[in-house]
Design a protein around this ligand. Structure first.
Ligand code: COA
Length: 169
């Protein structure tokens, strides 16, 4: 897979089916990575998918017609001067392609326009690939790992980056 075949777009109302497909795949493929579950998400009504695609700030990665990745940007209540990266996923056969970095860069571009200078995220500590990826992009551990609300057996590390000096995203 080369970068030229991969395209990142901001989701809109026309992407309902693709958003559902990639989100459910992510929850099935890497359940420990997310605050919601496949079980609850698979019961969402179509109106909810439409709202997510059209009003939430989702970015989708495509290889041709196929959706292969996602990320979204939003707020995090406990850190109001920052914006937060959520829902990061790239299909396993497209990992290592650079498209994950493109997705984060789109969320960073949005956050800079908000405008804020901090982008943060939570990553499950048992996912070394995701942690290595975020470190490479300039995110640093902030505070100590804490249990995930949904499942206290999982531990989340907060990571942040200063967008005013980060030249990688
Ligand atoms: C996290 C994710 C989006 C990153 O995308 P990606 O295409 O895999 O990322 P990259 O290949 O560019 O970078 C991953 C890095 O981890 C390294 N890596 C791979 N496997 C690893 C492992 N088991 N342990 C440590 N590092 C590992 C890679 O070598 C690479 O580092 P490098 O570029 O310095 O060599 C993708 O792996 C994914 O969707 N994972 C499942 C869902 C997930 O964990 N999401 C995060 C939610 S917070």
């Amino acid at each position: 897979v080369t970068n030229s075949e991969l395209l990142v777009v901001r989701a809109n109302a026309t992407h309902v089916d693709q958003l559902r497909e990639i989100r459910l795949l992510a929850l099935r493929d890497e359940p420990d990575a997310y605050g919601s579950t496949f079980e609850e998400t698979s019961r969402y009504a179509s109106a909810q998918w439409l709202q997510m695609a059209s009003q939430w700030n989702y970015y989708l990665a495509f290889r041709g017609e196929e959706v292969v990745g996602m990320a979204s940007g939003g707020r995090y209540d406990q850190f109001r001067d920052a914006r937060w990266l959520y829902g990061m996923f790239v299909r396993s056969d497209v990992r290592g392609s650079g498209v994950a970095q493109q997705l984060v860069a789109r969320v960073a571009q949005w956050a800079r326009q908000e405008p804020v200078s901090t982008l943060g995220l939570h990553v499950t500590v048992s996912l070394p690939r995701a942690r290595a990826f975020y470190q490479r992009l300039g995110f640093v551990d902030t505070g100590r790992p804490a249990p995930m609300d949904r499942d206290k057996r999982l531990s989340l590390q907060m990571m942040t980056t200063d967008l005013s000096t980060n030249e990688r995203i």
